[in-house]
Design a protein around this ligand. Structure first.
Ligand code: UDX
Ligand code: UDX
Length: 459
């Protein structure tokens, strides 16, 4: 099928490369000329594992092309996928201005019978609204608008696209349903579940799914705080409750607060939709406030617990909002570092990927090339992103390089008992310091051969 994709961001580009790999003829367009020039030469604008080979193959075979011209992109396309940004509006709702503008730009070039598919995360009713926008511009044109939300985690976006738990297709007419099904037929033929519903339901599914996953994280973070007061290890609790299939084990990793380009924005949008429509969502409202507060509380805790005074040096390991990406959008690390600086701390940071992306947001932070360089002379060390690089750090070297002895392991990566042998106090989330560490979940699973357990879904 001939497919146009508007927007070559995280979602648009992954979708374009994957659909080309599945055998479609894909043209992807973006207003960013430099990005399109780079992509046409096979260069990715951001770090995403497994995407580079798909991009190369698509360009080589001719199945994938890039342009800055909306008309060249859209002309002759049977389906036009919208993957432009949908940031937060002032009240937390979805700012649809990019989607609206893109729809007006593409309308003059649509072929008769084309289906415009909204991939961007939007509020309920956007498909209906876009139908009116396009119809105003092209009164005589026969076209459809459909909805196809994405569930791609950064860092595993290609795998999530090719092996999804489900594909959600929102269609209010038979043509939309047929075209959407044809796009995903190669995946449906592999037995992957396709769920067809109305556009409004598909739009709601996206926001409700992200709100629910964020609630799981918020819940385990609260349980983690409780464990620290009462005893019990949050990792054991997460494992113990997650083995109940009604709860599930994924998205129960405590951390410094969820971030990224989706959960914060989508929970705000979900809550704003509730407020605008008189169906308040107090669970999600509370979740948002607690997640914001958590980052500030953790920053205060670092200063208090390590007894840091103004001018102290803090090493921060991890700036990306999670491992596997160089994205720092709404990363907990950015908020925590800024709060530490307000307390007078001098921050030296490291991240294996997110250095160029973090620099503009953290101009007064010294970004180092290795975790050990960040740790040199540090009065305390804080881990904020769960990069594998930090799991196997050399404690002897850290102990020799650091001035202080406290490590705040806010992703629960390090073995505190080993750290203690080097004179380092490793403070993990959700465990009272004197409690013995629980076995890692992977080791525990091995104790029950024959019982299969879903892999933890933390991306
Ligand atoms: C996407 C979705 O759009 C968003 O709704 C969802 O919640 C998360 O994923 P993402 O791919 O991360 O967003 O956005 P971004 O990386 O900002 O990319 C959007 C791209 O669209 C940019 O490259 C921008 O230049 C381009 N764009 C924007 C256009 O080409 N035309 C426009 O009119 C507006
Ligand atoms: C999310 C959705 O998972 C995906 O389906 C799509 O809608 C886009 O948004 P993404 O933002 O890439 O994906 O990352 P995700 O893996 O969901 O993590 C989001 C945040 O939650 C990160 O800050 C992560 O560190 C945090 N998280 C996640 C936890 O703190 N604990 C967990 O158990 C899982």
């Amino acid at each position: 099928m001939r497919i146009a994709i508007i927007g070559a961001g995280y979602v648009g580009l992954t979708t374009a490369a994957c659909l080309a790999e599945l055998g479609h003829a894909v043209v992807c367009c973006d207003v960013d000329r430099e990005r399109i020039a780079d992509l046409s030469r096979g260069r990715l604008p951001y770090y995403e594992p497994s995407l580079a080979p798909l991009l190369r193959r698509g360009l080589e075979s001719g199945a994938l092309a890039f342009t800055v011209s909306t008309s060249a992109c859209v002309a002759q396309a049977e389906a036009v996928l919208l993957a432009v940004g949908t940031p937060s509006a002032a009240d937390g709702g979805v700012d649809l201005s990019q989607v609206e503008r893109a729809a007006r730009d593409l309308a003059p070039h649509l072929s008769p019978g084309a289906v415009v598919v909204i991939k961007s995360t939007v509020s309920v009713g956007t498909a209906r609204r876009l139908r009116e926008t396009i119809a105003e511009a092209r009164r005589a044109l026969d076209f459809s608008v459909a909805s196809n939300p994405e569930f791609l985690r950064e860092g595993s976006a290609v795998g999530d696209f090719m092996q999804p738990d489900r594909i959600v297709l929102g269609a209010d007419d038979a043509r939309s349903a047929d075209v959407l099904r044809a796009i995903y037929r190669p995946l449906e033929q592999q037995g992957l579940p396709v769920f067809v519903t109305s556009c409004a339901s598909a739009e709601m599914i996206k926001h409700a799914a992200n709100a629910f996953l964020a609630l799981k994280i918020g819940f385990i973070n609260d349980v983690s705080d409780l464990c620290e007061k009462t005893g019990g290890d949050v990792l054991a609790v997460a494992e113990g409750i997650g083995l109940d299939r009604r709860i599930g084990r994924s998205f129960l990793q405590p951390g410094p607060g969820f971030g990224g380009s989706c959960f914060p924005k989508d929970t705000r949008a979900f809550a704003a939709t509730g407020r605008r429509n008189g169906a308040h969502q107090p669970l999600v409202e509370t979740l948002i406030a607690r997640n914001e507060d958590r980052k500030l509380r953790l920053a205060r805790r670092i200063v208090r617990q390590a007894r840091l005074s103004r001018g102290a040096r803090v090493a921060v390991l991890g700036l990306a909002f999670k491992a596997g990406t160089d994205d720092v959008r709404e990363s907990a690390a950015v908020t925590i570092v800024a709060a530490l600086q307000r307390e007078g701390m001098r921050v030296h940071a490291h991240d294996p990927r997110a250095y160029d992306t973090a620099r503009p947001l953290l101009p007064d932070v010294q970004i180092e090339e290795t975790p050990y360089a960040a740790a040199r002379g540090a009065d305390a060390l804080v881990i904020l992103t769960e990069w594998d690089d930090y799991r196997s750090m050399d404690f002897a070297r850290l102990a020799a390089d650091m001035r202080g002895t406290t490590i705040f392991d806010f992703r629960n990566l390090l073995p505190p008992d080993t750290a203690a042998r080097y004179g380092l106090t490793c403070i993990r989330l959700g465990r009272r310091p004197e409690m013995p560490a629980v076995e890692a979940p992977a080791q525990k699973r091995a104790a029950f051969p024959g019982r299969s357990a879903a892999a933890p879904g933390h991306g």
